[in-house]
Design a protein around this ligand. Structure first.
Ligand SMILES: [Zn+2]
Length: 176
């Protein structure tokens, strides 16, 4: 016995609803428009690009983390001949922070990239880094500001890592 499915009818009766997710990004024309602490942190991230180890991609990424006690932790990408063994600048910095300052809250993270020129480039965090940073934001239960180099001279500021990761997977998913 077979059943005939009327697909057109199914679509018309669909209970589907659209969920729209919006995020807010502050856009600054250049770094000089940022607050002094944000400018300083972005500068730290730029300087961190110069000690990146990126012989394969020649794409040098720097990150800088500002802690609540004003400590700054720099990170940069660390590549490896066995490519997947390398790690991004953001995770280099945030895992070091987690290891060395486990009880000190993170206020902000700046990220910037550079090739072999002095021009700085955008480098929005990859998915894995968004997930890693979100873990620490949830752990400390206060938002972590993101300061990202944008196109040209522009700078993007987001007030929470969670803004970059809608429909996140977090510790709540593992609670029974
Ligand atoms: Zn990454």
């Amino acid at each position: 016995m077979s059943q005939k499915v009327n697909k057109t009818s199914d679509l018309n009766n669909s209970p589907k609803k659209n969920l729209k997710i919006t995020i807010s990004i502050e856009v600054y024309n250049n770094a000089s428009e940022l607050s002094a602490p944000d400018q300083q942190l972005l500068q730290e991230a730029k300087e961190a690009t110069h000690s990146a180890y990126a012989p394969y991609s020649q794409f040098f990424v720097g990150s800088a983390i500002l802690l609540e006690d004003e400590t700054v932790v720099r990170g940069n990408n660390q590549e490896n001949a066995a490519y997947p063994s390398g790690i991004c600048a953001e995770r280099t910095a945030i895992y070091y922070t987690g290891a060395q300052y486990p009880n000190t809250a993170i206020k902000a993270i700046a990220v910037v990239a550079r090739r072999d020129t002095s021009e700085y480039l955008p480098a929005a965090p990859c998915g894995a880094c968004r997930q890693a940073m979100l873990e620490y934001e949830e752990k400390q239960a206060t938002p972590i500001k993101l300061i990202l180099q944008g196109e040209g001279e522009k700078v993007y500021v987001l007030n929470s890592v969670s803004d970059l990761l809608p429909l996140k997977f977090g510790k709540d998913n593992l609670e029974q």
